[in-house]
Design a protein around this ligand. Structure first.
Ligand SMILES: C[S@@+](CC[C@H](N)C(=O)[O-])C[C@H]1O[C@@H](n2cnc3c(N)ncnc32)[C@H](O)[C@@H]1O
Length: 298
């Protein structure tokens, strides 16, 4: 079968069978098929990156591989775990079961943190950034990639996530600019090197209520770590701890920038205000006007 006939026949099949998730809007029938096609051809890419690439001819063996990959996808294996790639803020990252697959919505946080980091470094030169709850390392990697004037310290409670962060650091040749360590929240920074010496703390914490975590789509529940989602009974367990602990690591005028779940924004803004530790608080909404990022300046 020629290339376009094969593409059309698989695409028609996927149209009726592929289960797409709302929180991965970059995945469509087309981007899924293109990413799997390129992966079968030995050129693994994310759904996002596949958009602008054309598909090559496949050998018989590669067509066989493509069908195997499609089967995996139709059996609920996340696309990013098959291609081993996910794109975040234009950067191709390694992705697998060890950590959450970075979501497009987290780019609101990434862009805000980058903007703040650039503002601080333009005034002060090299700055110290902590990426806590780093998962696969996406946020720290994005800041280090787009702002040459920062050193990033990434941390996560999960050993496996920290391993994947290290793989991403190596993959992107950022070894001199990002350091990754395992630990509970900010515990690895409890030293004079970090107390009141950090310019920016970024965090995409787990913020889903434990009861909702139990009802998550099976594709997510069976393939992504529950630790990445579960924010306790009210969903804000880690956020409360973060708001309480971050100020002692921040310099005067340093920023804490973090993601919150839909509907949590106003309450968390009040939590920051009531803490008395911050002089300025900003919020950033998603496309529907819902607060998804809070930035609090010490
Ligand atoms: C929502 S995921 C975010 C991952 C990544 N930063 C991203 O944006 O895709 C939350 C991460 O927090 C980590 N985590 C959960 N509890 C933690 C804790 N007490 N201390 C540090 N990390 C924690 C999880 O392992 C997970 O990697």
């Amino acid at each position: 079968m020629n290339k376009s006939k094969l593409y059309k026949s698989i695409s028609d099949d996927l149209n009726s069978k592929l289960h797409l998730l709302e929180d991965k809007p970059e995945e469509t029938v087309d981007t899924t098929l293109k990413a799997l096609w390129l992966t079968a051809a030995g050129l693994p890419v994310s759904a996002h990156r596949s958009k602008n690439l054309s598909i090559p001819d496949l050998s018989d063996k590669q067509v066989e591989t493509l069908y195997k990959l499609i089967n995996l996808r139709l059996n609920n294996t996340p696309l990013a775990h098959i291609t081993k790639r996910q794109n975040f803020m234009g950067i191709e990252l390694l992705s697998d079961k060890r950590a959450l697959i970075p979501r497009k919505e987290t780019e609101i946080l990434g862009k805000k943190a980058l903007e703040i980091s650039k503002k601080i470094s333009s005034e002060k030169g090299n700055i110290k950034v902590i990426d806590v709850c780093c998962g696969c390392g996406n946020l720290g990697v994005a800041i280090a990639t787009y702002n040459a004037d920062c050193t990033v310290y990434s941390t996560d409670l999960s050993h496996e996530a920290v391993e994947l962060t290290r793989d991403n650091i190596n993959f992107l040749n950022l070894n001199k600019r990002i350091h990754a360590k395992q630990g509970d929240l900010l515990s690895v920074f409890e030293t004079d090197e970090f107390y009141e010496k950090t310019d920016l703390i970024i965090c995409n914490p787990p913020y889903i209520t434990s009861s909702k975590v139990q009802k998550m789509d099976s594709e997510i529940a069976s393939n992504e770590p529950v630790l990445a989602f579960d924010g306790g009974m009210l969903g804000i367990k880690i956020i409360q701890k973060l708001v309480h602990e971050a100020p002692r690591f921040l310099k005067e005028n340093g920023w804490l920038v973090f993601e919150v779940g839909s509907g949590q924004g106003q309450f968390i803004v009040q939590l920051c205000e009531r803490s008395g530790a911050f002089s300025e608080i900003e919020t950033d909404p998603d496309d529907s006007g819902i607060i998804r990022v809070i930035s609090a300046r010490k």
